[in-house]
Design a protein around this ligand. Sequence first.
Ligand code: GDP
Ligand code: IMO
Ligand code: MG
Length: 431
Amino acid sequence: MTVHIVTGTQWGDEGKGKVVDLLTEQVDIVCRYQGGNNAGHTIVADGVKYDLHAIPSGILRDNIISFIGNGVVFDPEQFESESAKLKEKGVSVTPEKLMISPKTSIIMDYHKVLDKCREEAKKDNKIGTTGRGIGPAYEDKVSRIGIRAADLLDKELLLQKIKAALKEKNTMFVNLYHTEPFNAEKLADKYFEYGKILAPYIAPTDFSFAQFSEGKKVLMEGAQGAMLDIDHGTYPFVTSSNTLSGYFSLGCGLPGNKVADNIGLVKAYTTRVGAGPFPTEDHGSDGEKLRRTGYEFGTTTGRPRRCGWLDLVALKYVFEMSGITSIALTKLDVLNDFDTIKVAVEYKSEGRKINSFPASITLCEKIEPEYVELKGWKCNIAKIRSYEELPTEAKEYISFIEKKLGVPVSIISVGPGRDETIVRKEYLSLF
Ligand code: GDP
Ligand code: IMO
Ligand code: MG
């Protein structure tokens, strides 16, 4: 078995869906191992746009097995609507193509309500979550009161577990948030019905993913981005899972020593949705231009994404922890029309140099990035398909990134479509 990892190295939305879809041609299995339907991965294939949230991007190809690992939080209600939308576009979601680990945590109705109640209660200090119940579902998992996919198949057990999970929550809903309590019996009926739908997808309990994937090429589809990692991101303005590439091993139960390559997705500039530190955010016309040109609006919530320049300090911090072996540089075409392109290469705080991304949120908010300015190429690169044909300034931008991060750029994306991609020859040999 060989493992190929694709993870976001910024604050999400780096173009993981597009790159996973591209590489899917070369593999047998595509696996989601963390996060949930807070993700929004857009793929444009043969002119058709697909928005995937919970289902791995491998689903678009019939010869690929998509796998949802134990590290994921999964909403059966949302799965139904995502499957239906895919079906409308001619993509079948069947148990032959999709498998769900019995250990996957289930997002319940009360998680979604709790997520929203908590955000509303925060008033001026909101995290800006996607409202999909991600945090509360992970909380229940680590509190050992979570519902797992296998539990949906046993009605008695399901009812018992829902009752246990609601014990504290209903008190909170009624007394703290002044909303309706949940009825355990009704929920057990509802989720047992989902269990019937999911049963053929839930891999049998004696199923070992490691055994199943022996001799196969497995592509790990990361969700979110490294700076949203629960441990290493801009805590508390993060998501509730580990988004760094190393988590793949735990999130689907595969040994960590089978990694053939670990591709870090770097958007040619930076975006962030939701609140929290974003040192290179541009509040002026450049930020607005990046948003407009890059069409930076959330796939999951439709929110305008905050935009700014590439941040090599944050990236260096992420690369040091991740063992990235090559970079997929995306949305380079969005920079087509800038006279100069700014890149943050150093941080200062109150006039003093900071060497790495600070752990303290107070320090994060005081970061003053130091920029270098590179010359823009001022022409449309969307139709270019080989590295050699790129304008000199674009090549200089790429070399600058490679030099600072010490990792080669092997894939360059110049548009949303499958074909709008430059794959550097040396990369092909990795597969
Ligand atoms: P993900 O969450 O990392 O999969 O990224 P999203 O799909 O949320 O956001 C990336 C957006 O940029 C999607 O709408 C893609 O179709 C689009 N996209 C991906 N690569 C490129 C590119 O190279 N150029 C342009 N212009 N758009 C791209
Ligand atoms: P993809 O996979 C960008 C952000 C939310 C919020 C924070 C916590 O498309 O890159 P959550 O609902 O997870 O508790 O919200 O994390 N967030 C994302 N931002 N892309 C994503 O996924 C994200 N998933 C969560 O906006 O700031
Ligand atoms: Mg996205």
